[in-house]
Design a protein around this ligand. Structure first.
Ligand SMILES: CC(C)(COP(=O)(O)OP(=O)(O)OC[C@H]1O[C@@H](n2cnc3c(N)ncnc32)[C@H](O)[C@@H]1OP(=O)(O)O)[C@@H](O)C(=O)NCCC(=O)NCCS
Length: 151
């Protein structure tokens, strides 16, 4: 099940963010994502939070700020469902593109994005604190790719 974020989800989302990205201050990061997001979705499995995705509006773009699935739930299609939901909702909100940055070593995520039609537009040198480069990836929404039955 995919649903909007609720304040009671905060702790669990922080723990998923910590597990996925090991940031210095995951609670602060999540607070910022919630404060700035236009769309923040939670994936639930049997009443438990399995993952989340947050998106910020940037003009005509919907920009993915954070996206993670809890380790034990990965590889079951949950990330794909969250991504499809955000793409559909961005189309409904009349966005022109969905954009994101991803570590160039993150093959699993890059592969998932490519399967959804995202393209690598550029490389951003030293984008991350540890010096790793990012790919800037873009999905053009102008083709009307709305998938039926996805929230
Ligand atoms: C990226 C992420 C959100 C994908 O979530 P997920 O629920 O595993 O996604 P899916 O189950 O829809 O799987 C996506 C693809 O990755 C593959 N995959 C998932 N886990 C994998 C693993 N450990 N090894 C290899 N492939 C894997 C799946 O098989 C699937 O590919 P397929 O469609 O060819 O079968 C998740 O791996 C994650 O949280 N990663 C850490 C945080 C992160 O990198 N976020 C993205 C930042 S830009």
């Amino acid at each position: 099940m995919v649903r909007p974020y609720r304040p009671t989800d905060f702790r669990e989302i922080v723990s998923i963010e910590r597990e996925a990205f090991s940031p210095k201050n995951p609670a602060y990061d999540i607070f910022m994502y919630i404060s700035n997001s236009s769309d923040f979705l939670i994936a639930e499995v049997n009443g438990k939070i399995a993952g989340f995705i947050s998106v910020m509006d940037s003009g005509a773009d919907a920009r993915i700020m954070s996206f993670a699935v809890k380790n034990e739930y990965r590889g079951k299609g949950i990330g794909g469902i969250l991504l499809d939901s955000i793409i559909n909702r961005s189309i409904k909100r009349e966005k022109m593109r969905v954009v994101l940055e991803v570590r160039i070593s993150n093959f699993i995520a890059i592969n998932l994005y490519k399967k959804r039609g995202f393209e690598i537009i550029s490389t951003i040198p030293c984008y991350y604190n540890d010096g790793e480069d990012a790919y800037f990836m873009v999905l053009n929404l102008t083709g009307g790719r709305l998938s039926q039955g996805i929230p």
